[in-house]
Ligand binder design. Structure first.
Ligand SMILES: *[C@@H]1O[C@H](CO)[C@@H](O)[C@H](O)[C@H]1NC(C)=O
Ligand SMILES: *[C@@H]1O[C@H](CO)[C@@H](O)[C@H](O)[C@H]1NC(C)=O
Length: 260
């Protein structure tokens, strides 16, 4: 694992300038119903509809990244100056877009928010727009990173969790679990989307540690006490910590303008 990361950082740092705001050009469409945004590739289900006031997006596989991209935040703006405002919309990625006509499909609320005042109807009528987007940090003011125990879990044999409210601008690439007070860490596997599982469940109350990375840097994040000994399927537990790091990507030139 360590070798892999060293190699990755060296590889990435060797070709482009460090940048936390690489801008990408693409097209975006919208879903007239919110159902596809909670259809399940990320594992959020209907919970997704409560995220970010309904400003949601599904991304193609290069954004979904086998689930690593779930929960990432993006600022997206359309490019027709007559119709589109400069700040665009800020969305959270909650699903995989399997339709390859556009990279991004937004909730209609997020899509309309890209329009100048009074022009939402016009951009909705167009349906597909040229846009540019960049990843931005997710900012959960009230919520800490949380662990939801999936209904498929069965104490003490099987534990499946999903991670909610991941702040900052990094990727969670590994999750380990151990009994509180023990250093006998066991790795969890990404089952799909943001769901991780293990059938070697430690006894008692549980702590977690995560590897967060993205671009040039990676580090361990430790949540020392998360699940109580009597953890239950369907419950969400506050990890007590939040991720605030902002990872660098490689791109050139780097666009560090503020979009507003
Ligand atoms: C912007 O949108 C308006 C209305 O749809 C259209 O008439 C105009 O040609 C567009 N401008 C560009 C540069 O595409
Ligand atoms: C989109 O996907 C379909 C079916 O997989 C494929 O036939 C088509 O070539 C793809 N279009 C583009 C633009 O990649």
């Amino acid at each position: 694992m360590a070798f892999f990361f060293c190699f990755l950082f060296f590889f990435l740092s060797s070709f482009a300038a460090a940048c936390d705001r690489c801008v990408h050009q693409t097209k975006a469409a919208y879903f007239s119903s919110s159902a596809p945004l909670s259809s399940g590739a990320c594992g959020y289900g209907s919970l997704a509809l409560s995220f970010n006031a309904g400003y949601l997006a599904a991304g193609v596989s290069s954004l979904y990244r086998d689930g690593v991209g779930c929960g990432a935040c993006f600022q997206i703006r359309c490019k027709n100056e007559t119709l589109c405002n400069g700040g665009g919309t800020k969305v959270i990625l909650t699903d995989l877009n399997r339709n390859n006509q556009t990279d991004l499909v937004l909730s209609s609320r997020a899509f309309s928010a890209m329009a100048h005042q009074g022009m939402a109807r016009d951009i909705l009528k167009l349906g597909i727009l040229d846009v540019e987007y960049k990843r931005i940090p997710c900012d959960y003011k009230k919520q800490k990173l949380s662990v939801r125990v999936e209904e498929t879990s069965q104490r003490p044999h099987y534990l499946a969790i999903k991670l909610l409210y991941q702040g900052g601008q990094t990727d969670i690439v590994a999750v380990d679990v151990a009994q509180v007070g023990s250093s006998n860490w066991r790795y969890m596997s990404r089952k799909y989307g943001t769901v991780w599982d293990t059938s070697r469940v430690p006894m008692g109350a549980l702590q977690f540690r995560l590897v967060v990375t993205g671009g040039f840097d990676g580090k361990w994040v430790w949540a020392p006490k998360v699940l109580p000994a009597d953890w239950r399927p369907g419950m969400t537990y506050d990890s007590g910590i939040q991720i605030t790091d902002i990872a660098q990507e490689g791109c050139s030139p780097c666009n560090d303008q503020h979009w507003s």
